[in-house]
Design a protein. Structure first.
Length: 279
């Protein structure tokens, strides 16, 4: 398999035959989501689910005590943390915190690539969360999750490439395949996870820098801006995009030349997210 076209054709055939291996959402996130969707669920139930994963429990407490939530007094147990943050926020945070498990390489060949991809996701998520705080109709923690899943479609491409020496060695070729396939695959993955349509749209449309729409700013607008800002100063193709031509910047209400992370309070929020998700 020496060409991008051959590799893409094989992935498309796998999709058509339902044989392409898509990532699955960790069980603790599924249980938390299903529990929170029950109108009679309680903080105690969600705490019990979270407690089955000690690492997740510790990180959720870390989040509750971080600058993201500015707790007036230290929070020392899960029930208090969940009660303070609310069930919906806790559900989104649990999903966000377990996402890193999907970016663990099964071979040395992909280790660096997956770590770099996760760092990019975290950067986009942190910027998206900060941007969402300016809009009452948007949930900052849903924006965080939107950033963490925006390139999720890259995972099955990288997993498939792991079995092909030519693809693993040719980074430029692999990058082109990821860019061409990841938005459609991301849509399929989030549909299989039964995510809300607004997050499915993020995975499907975040690369469409010409996207314009009626109505208020949405999560896809946030992620388009955050994605472009995350690549500023790099050699990525999106780094050369003229932000003044991107409708999402107008929707979000910031000048393209102003990086959101250069504003002091924003920088603190971004660093808090990074310390939690990259730790």
């Amino acid at each position: 398999m020496d060409t991008k076209e051959d590799f893409i054709a094989e992935i498309e055939a796998d999709l058509a035959n339902n044989t392409l291996v898509l990532p699955t959402l960790p069980e603790v996130a599924l249980k938390a989501r299903d529990t929170v969707e029950d109108p009679e669920c309680s903080v105690t139930e969600v705490a019990a689910i979270t407690a089955t994963d000690p690492s997740l429990s510790a990180r959720l407490l870390q989040v509750a005590n971080s600058p993201l939530y500015r707790a007036r007094a230290p929070i020392e147990n899960l029930k208090t943390a969940i009660s303070r943050m609310g069930l919906t926020t806790t559900r989104n945070l649990i999903t966000s915190l377990v996402m890193q498990q999907m970016f663990q390489a099964t071979s040395e060949a992909l280790d660096t690539r997956l770590r770099t991809l996760w760092e990019h996701h975290v950067n986009v998520a942190a910027i998206s969360r900060v941007l969402a705080m300016a809009f009452p109709h948007l949930d900052p923690d849903e924006a965080l999750l939107a950033g963490l899943i925006h390139d999720i479609g890259a995972l099955p491409v990288l997993s498939k490439a792991e079995g092909y020496r030519t693809m693993i060695k040719n980074i430029e070729l692999l990058d082109r395949c990821v860019r061409e396939l990841h938005t459609d695959l991301g849509r399929k993955i989030l549909q299989s996870w039964q995510f809300p349509q607004e997050l499915i749209d993020v995975a499907a449309n975040h690369e469409d820098i010409t996207r314009d729409h009626d109505g208020p700013v949405d999560y896809t607008d946030l992620v388009i801006v955050a994605n472009l800002q995350s690549y500023a100063g790099t050699d990525h193709p999106l780094a050369s995009v003229d932000g003044s031509t991107v409708p999402a910047f107008d929707k979000v209400g910031i000048e393209p030349e102003i990086h959101i992370g250069d504003i002091d309070d924003n920088a603190e929020q971004i660093e808090a997210v990074q310390s939690i998700l990259l730790g």
